[in-house]
Ligand binder design. Structure first.
Ligand SMILES: [Mg+2]
Length: 236
């Protein structure tokens, strides 16, 4: 298996959900509840990424912003063919269920804290999330990881979220690094697109929300199956 030669890199950018923080179980339960309640005919594996992305995007939007954007937000495949108001009901229910499960069911991936603390000894570390930066700060604080990250960029810090490379470029600019000196670790196709557009080394973790075949199609530089494999990749 391929190893990363850390001598070649000075900065590492982490996505939050799906890389550090594991929200898969909370999403799965929210989807299960919605499928039961609304008798939806969906394949859970296929809809996970879309739902994860939707949840990530709206998680910290103020309600008026969600309402204003709801028509666009709900143009998702798993709700195709359903009337707008029913879509809205399903989405709100799913989102409430997710929030109900999130705190109790979610934790950081096993071993990711050790990897972060080791990497932080030699490299600059940042978080880039499409969620609100405050959310990332709270999660990092809860799991005693705050001190390792000198930069946290959320949707509130950029004009365009991932797949746009703006956030990555902003971090590189702050660090005064060239794209070739940085690694971006993400778990979704939007992360792969952002990393490639920014020209950094893109490592994708297929941690469960997006399907591996879909991720492969977007051609990350490296694709690993799990946090365990991600840790091995760094050989620390
Ligand atoms: Mg993610």
């Amino acid at each position: 298996m391929e190893k990363i030669n850390l001598d070649n890199y000075k900065g590492i950018i982490f996505d939050m959900d799906g890389v550090i923080f594991n929200i898969s179980d909370a999403i799965k339960k929210a989807v299960d509840d919605s499928v039961d309640k609304y008798q939806m005919n969906v394949n859970q594996d296929e809809v996970m990424e879309e739902i994860a992305r939707l949840i990530e995007e709206i998680q910290n939007y103020p309600v008026p912003k969600i309402l204003l954007n709801s028509y666009e937000l709900l143009k998702v495949k798993f709700l195709e063919g359903i009337s707008f108001f029913k879509k809205l009901r399903i989405a709100i229910f799913m989102f409430n269920q997710f929030n109900k499960y999130k705190d109790a069911e979610s934790s950081i991936y096993e071993g990711i804290d050790k990897l972060i603390s080791k990497l932080a000894k030699h490299k600059k570390l940042a978080i880039l999330t499409n969620n609100k930066s405050q959310y990332a700060e709270e999660v990092l604080e809860k799991f005693n990881l705050s001190s390792y990250f000198n930069t946290i960029i959320g949707f509130n810090d950029v004009s365009e979220v991932k797949p746009n490379p703006e956030g990555i470029l902003k971090i590189l600019n702050k660090w005064n690094l060239k794209p070739t000196e940085a690694i971006f670790i993400g778990d979704m196709t939007t992360d792969i697109e952002a990393g490639k557009a920014a020209n950094v080394k893109m490592i994708c973790v297929a941690s469960g929300l997006a399907q591996k075949e879909t991720l492969l199609k977007h051609q990350p530089d490296i694709l690993v199956d799990s946090t365990e494999q991600l840790i091995k990749l760094f050989n620390l």
